[in-house]
Unconditional design. Sequence first.
Length: 283
Amino acid sequence: MRFGMINGRAVVVHDDRALDIERASEGRFSSRMVDALEHWDALLDWARRVTFDLADTFVPGDLGAVVDAPRQVFAVGLNYREHAEEANTTTPDEPLVFTKFPTSIVGPTATVELPSENVDWEAELVVVIGQYTYRVDAEKAWDHVAGLTAGQDLSERTVQLAGPVPQFSMGKSFPGFGPVGPVFVTVDEFDDPDSLDISCSVDGDVLQSASTSQMIFGVTELVSKLSYVCPLLPGDLIFTGTPSGVGMARQPARYLAPNSTLVTTIEHIGELRNRLVAEESTR
C-alpha cells in the first residue's frame, strides 16, 4: 500500500488515483496522517479492502509531505562506510543521531530557498513509524514501521560546523531542509526493504548513487536503538543517513545553487523534485 498527503489530507494512493481516507472511511480515520497512524493496524486493514471507485485522479505536484507535523524527526550521520571515509572519519560503532526540527519538513515538489552558498545535498531513505515503539528489539522492529519514503537531509555546512562543537540540528533545519515523499510505501510492498537503489542529481548531473544495503546500521537496528532511549510515536520520521558523494567532500567543494532542480530517487518509492531558489532576502 502507498499512503500520502494531498491538500493537507491523508490519502491512499494507487497509480494516479488517490482516495481520501477520512471521507472514504466515513470519519473512522482522521484526515491528518499523524492522527490516522495512531490506529495503524486498523487503517492498514481497511486500506487493503477498500475500493478506488470514488478515488480522485491527481498529479505528482499535488502531493505534500507524507506526514503532517511529525512530532519527532531523527537523523543518522555517517551511516554508509564510503561516506565516513570521504568525511575522513572512522566508521562509527554506534549510530550517530541528531534531530531535524519538524518545521523543516516539506513535500516532494516543494520549492526550497537556499539561505547561503553553502547548502549541501544528502539523499536518504526515511522511515515512517506506525505505532508507539519503546524498547523494541531489532527482530520485531519492522512490525512498528508504517512504511518507507525518500528524503533529503539538506545541510547548511557553515552553520552545521560552527562553534567548538558541531551544530547539526541547526544546520539541517532551515525551512524546506527536509523534503520527504512522494508517498510512504508499506514494508510488504518491497522484495527486500533492506536493499533499495538510492540516488540524487542536480539538473541531470548524478551526484549520489548507491544501495541502502550499504548502510552500517539498517532500519531495524536504528529503530531498536532509538526506541531504547526514547519512545517513538506514530508519524515520527527517521532519516537513515546518506551515501557518499556529498558536496562538502568533493575537491573542490560543490554546493547547491539557485535556479536548479534537485532530484532524489529511491527504488519502488519514487522521486523528490525540488526547485532551488535564492532566499527572498538575498535575491
